[in-house]
Each structure stands twice: as structure tokens, then as C-alpha cells.
Design a binder for this molecule. Structure first.
Ligand code: THU
Length: 135
């Protein structure tokens, strides 16, 4: 089994659970944490549109609940066609729990079509270390 197969299957299963009645754009995300465990999430929209949440946020929350805090890989699948990359806010959310080698895999229904390092999707990011030297 390809090491991405389990992530892909988890993201597909999460995508099927998406609550996206307004955009009709279902997103699933699955991440592998340092322990090897996989956590997944889907987007959950809201009639008050800005209150909706992204799939990546839900997967990160599941990881935090389990007591983990380092993402090694995260796979995202959205819509029907061209693979999506995480939105800007989710790049920042992923960065918080990343190492430079953390990889983001972008899939369509057939499988992973592109993979990027977090440092390529969010170069020169603001992160936890920027707050370490506050007086
Ligand atoms: N969405 C995500 O879940 N993740 C992303 O990275 C991009 C956008 C969701 C938010 C909204 O429910 C729908 O996709 C359309 O923007």
C-alpha cells in the first residue's frame, strides 16, 4: 500500500461528510501526525457564511484533541475537478504545526496530483518563533 493511500482514503471519507449546502464545494482533509496516526476533517458551512470552517481546521482540531501537535503530511481534496491547494488561512493554520519538511498533498478523486512543502506554499511565514523574543 502506498504511504499516501491511507491519507487519501481518510480525506475522501471526510469529504463525503462535508456540510456544504451553500457553496456545494465539499472538502476533505486528512493529516498524518508525528506518531503516525491520521486525523481527518471536512468543511462545515453556516448560514452566516463567515462562520463556516474549513476541512483543514477540523483535521487540525482532531489532532490537537488527541494530544499531538506536529503534522508530517496533510492531504486535501475538494470539489470534483482540478486539485485544490489549502486557502491562505489554512496555510497559516498548517504552518503552526509544521516542520520545514511538512508536505501538503493535493488530490482529485483519482489520487494525489501535486505535493508541496509548507515552506513553498507559505514562504517567509510568521509563526510561533516570532513570538519567542518578545520582551
Ligand atoms: N474550503 C476548505 O474547506 N478548505 C480550503 O482550503 C479551501 C476552502 C471550503 C470552505 C468553503 O466551505 C468551501 O470550501 C468553498 O470555499
Amino acid at each position: 500500500m502506498n504511504r499516501l493511500d491511507a491519507l487519501f482514503d481518510a480525506a475522501r471519507a471526510a469529504q463525503a461528510c462535508a456540510y456544504a449546502p451553500y457553496s456545494k464545494f465539499s472538502v476533505g482533509a486528512a493529516l498524518r501526525a508525528l506518531s503516525g496516526a491520521i486525523y481527518s476533517g471536512c468543511n462545515v458551512e453556516n448560514a452566516a457564511y463567515p462562520s463556516g470552517t474549513c476541512a483543514e481546521s477540523a483535521a487540525i482540531a482532531a489532532m490537537i484533541i488527541a494530544g499531538e501537535s506536529r503534522i508530517t503530511d496533510i492531504l486535501v481534496i475538494g470539489g470534483e475537478g482540478t486539485p485544490i491547494t489549502p486557502c491562505g488561512a489554512c496555510r497559516q493554520r498548517i504552518y503552526e504545526f509544521s516542520a520545514p519538511e511538512t508536505t501538503i498533498h493535493c488530490a482529485d478523486s483519482q489520487g494525489v496530483k501535486a505535493s508541496y512543502r509548507i515552506t513553498d506554499l507559505l514562504p517567509r511565514a510568521f509563526g510561533p518563533r516570532d513570538l519567542e523574543t518578545r520582551p
